[in-house]
Design a protein around this ligand. Structure first.
Ligand SMILES: N[C@@H](CCC(=O)N[C@@H](CS)C(=O)NCC(=O)O)C(=O)O
Length: 217
């Protein structure tokens, strides 16, 4: 399996590039994979050749034999189903919860966290920045309140088992750390510690930070 990954992003984005998600999933399973690195500072992700793989010219994408996929969530689902791991295969109650929480991560939790990150880090000189930070912070707080309650009685989103939903949520929550807007939410913080102390996460994160240099090391 080949995963297209990116390097060359500005320092503040390092560790947040979305190829982290499938790489984390593959590391959890211990499945073999290769990385093909694209240098985003040279817009390699916008080449015609790469757009034949991902028409949006974004990373990650995946090739596995005859199968080509883009969208990090879809690739994580494919990996979980292929290996019957991390909540897969489809067709169980665990998988239904995994899908539900995966969409919650990508479509309910991530948007205000991502927007807050962008306003706070990239648009801080814009006259609209104060309002952009404030409103997204308010939405983010509502999401954190829900997650704080959810993790009062179980370790992972779908229950006792770590699934791809936790990978997608863990990746989303990283956007809330620069600046740290999690606040005093001990259950949510303990959940994040559980995720980020996993060896598979640490490996994926190190690759994300260092790009092809780490892969060669
Ligand atoms: N929803 C897509 C988003 C992909 C995405 O935005 N990737 C960013 C890196 S995190 C990217 O490729 N940026 C470079 C660009 O847009 O040219 C996914 O989850 O795969």
């Amino acid at each position: 399996m080949k995963i297209y990954a990116a390097y060359g992003a500005p320092q503040v984005i390092k560790g947040l590039v979305r190829d982290l998600r499938p790489v984390w999933a593959l590391e959890e399973i211990g499945a073999p994979y290769e990385l093909e690195w694209l240098n985003t500072s040279e817009s390699e992700q916008k080449s015609d050749a790469y757009k034949a793989v991902n028409p949006f010219g974004k990373v990650p994408s995946m090739e596995d034999g005859e199968v080509t996929l883009f969208e990090s969530g879809a690739i994580c689902f494919y990996i979980a189903n292929k290996h019957g791991a991390l909540g897969g295969p489809a067709g169980s109650a665990l998988w239904d919860k995994t899908v539900q929480w995966s969409f919650a991560a990508l479509d309910t939790v991530l948007p205000p966290l991502f927007e807050h990150f962008v306003w706070a880090n990239f648009r801080k000189d814009s006259p609209a920045s104060k309002e952009g930070v404030k409103i997204n912070r308010e939405y983010a707080d509502l999401r954190f309140d829900v997650l704080e309650k959810e993790f009062a009685d179980r370790p992972f989103l779908a229950g006792e088992e770590f699934t791809v939903a936790d990978i997608l949520m863990g990746a989303a929550l990283r956007n809330a750390l620069l600046p740290d807007i999690i606040g005093k939410r001990p259950h949510l913080r303990a959940y994040m510690d559980r995720l980020y102390s996993r060896p598979a996460y640490k490996k994926a994160y190190a690759l994300n930070l260092a790009g092809p240099d780490a892969a060669a090391a």
